[in-house]
Ligand binder design. Structure first.
Ligand code: FE2
Length: 383
């Protein structure tokens, strides 16, 4: 088992209707909030509800919506400038992974004056504004950890700021907010939950607590993602899926991700490939490459996904995890190829080199660490 540490300081409020706590919670951290949300939070009435709860609690608020999927670090600096000019006491991230990561980045850069990339690469930071998160998709798990991922438009690098200062103070996880999501936004982030759970479980940095979080997340997402995909109004199933997302987000906080995320980030940086779709395209190839190096772990993944493995050898059971993942991804229509996502043979050298340089640590978490040639071959198989 070895020695290990575990810590997670986030206060979580789980449950249908918990959004109404946002004003009361914000009142614990000051009198003025910067709300980070996309314009899609307007027509659904969600932004209005949050503003109303803040008004009732007498919290002033300012709105910032300048971001997109794979958010740019330059826009983080714009948001941080606004937070400082408006003298905001806290940042509220309302939305999917991009909104939550932007909220973390802005809260961080409002206090630390240098380029965010200096801190990504280890510069000591002074603090951050308090961060409150309200996820409106079940996917990144950002609500449960200290990571925020950004694109650097100067280098096309996509990399995470990992810093204890950006743990959210509070995350409000309200499954009612998921019941109007289009199928693609159920499936993509839902698949990312599975990927976080699998990768944190097989990571060389996993420990007994992270493994419990990962396995529970695998079990919940495998069982309930197909249900919410078919019936988006099913609140009981959403309770399970949102819990799985947060558990997996906590698990990667302990153990990190592995090979698929290391290969997906370069595609997000260079070609703006959607995170979950890039991962889904890579997944079968990654599993085929990796499972013989950690058969017990992959056998447990198969079991957690509902496969009956009692009569099988460990290696046979491990191989079953590939079929189980393929079946789940097929059920939620998440089996793209890299070619369909815009990746071409001519990109493979750049992607491979970028993975080897910027994602070295993540690659080293994989039970079998690939060479450059192997990485290129994994990409190529997925075209
Ligand atoms: Fe992810």
């Amino acid at each position: 088992m070895g020695n290990f540490e575990f810590s997670n300081p986030v206060k979580f409020h789980f449950g249908a209707g918990k959004l109404e706590l946002v004003g009361k919670v914000a009142g614990e951290y000051g009198k003025k909030a910067l709300i980070i949300a996309s314009d899609s939070a307007k027509p659904t009435g969600l932004l209005k509800r949050v503003e109303q709860y803040l008004d009732e609690a007498k919290i002033e608020h300012v709105f910032f919506n300048q971001f997109m999927q794979n958010p740019l670090s330059t826009l983080v600096m714009d948001g941080a400038k606004l937070a400082s000019e408006e003298k905001c006491d806290m940042v509220i991230g309302l939305g999917g992974g991009s909104a939550m990561d932007m909220a973390k980045g802005i809260a961080f850069c409002a206090v630390n004056p240098d380029s965010i990339w200096d801190y990504v690469y280890g510069k000591q930071a002074a603090g951050a504004l308090p961060i409150l998160l309200v996820p409106t998709t079940a996917g990144t798990g950002s609500e449960g950890n200290r990571t925020a991922v950004f694109n650097n438009p100067d280098t096309n690098d996509k990399k995470g700021l990992v810093n204890s200062l950006i743990y959210p103070k509070v995350s409000i996880i309200d499954p009612e907010l998921m019941t109007t999501l289009p199928k693609r936004v159920v499936a993509g982030p839902g698949a990312d939950v599975l990927f976080h759970a699998i990768e944190s479980y097989i990571s060389k940095n996993s420990h007994p607590i992270s493994e419990m979080l990962s396995l529970q997340a695998i079990e919940l997402i495998a069982r309930y993602l197909p249900i919410v995909y078919e019936d988006v109004k099913n609140i009981e199933a959403w309770e399970k899926v949102t819990l799985a997302s947060t558990l997996a987000g906590m698990a990667i906080d302990c153990a990190g991700t592995t090979l698929p995320h290391a290969l997906q980030h370069p595609m997000g940086g260079l070609l703006n490939v959607i995170h979950s779709e890039g991962l889904a395209a890579l997944y079968m190839s990654f599993m085929e490459y990796t499972y013989p190096a950690a058969p017990e772990k992959f056998a447990n993944i198969a079991k957690a996904m509902g496969v009956s493995i009692g009569h099988l050898s460990t290696m046979e059971a491990a191989a079953c995890s590939l079929d189980a993942v393929k079946k789940l991804l097929t059920t939620v229509n998440m089996m793209p190829t890299l070619s369909e996502l815009g990746v071409k043979e001519e990109h493979l050298d750049w992607l491979t080199n970028n993975a080897l340089t910027t994602m070295k640590v993540v690659l080293s978490n994989n039970p079998k660490v690939p060479t450059g040639e192997e990485i290129k071959e994994i990409y190529r198989k997925c075209l």
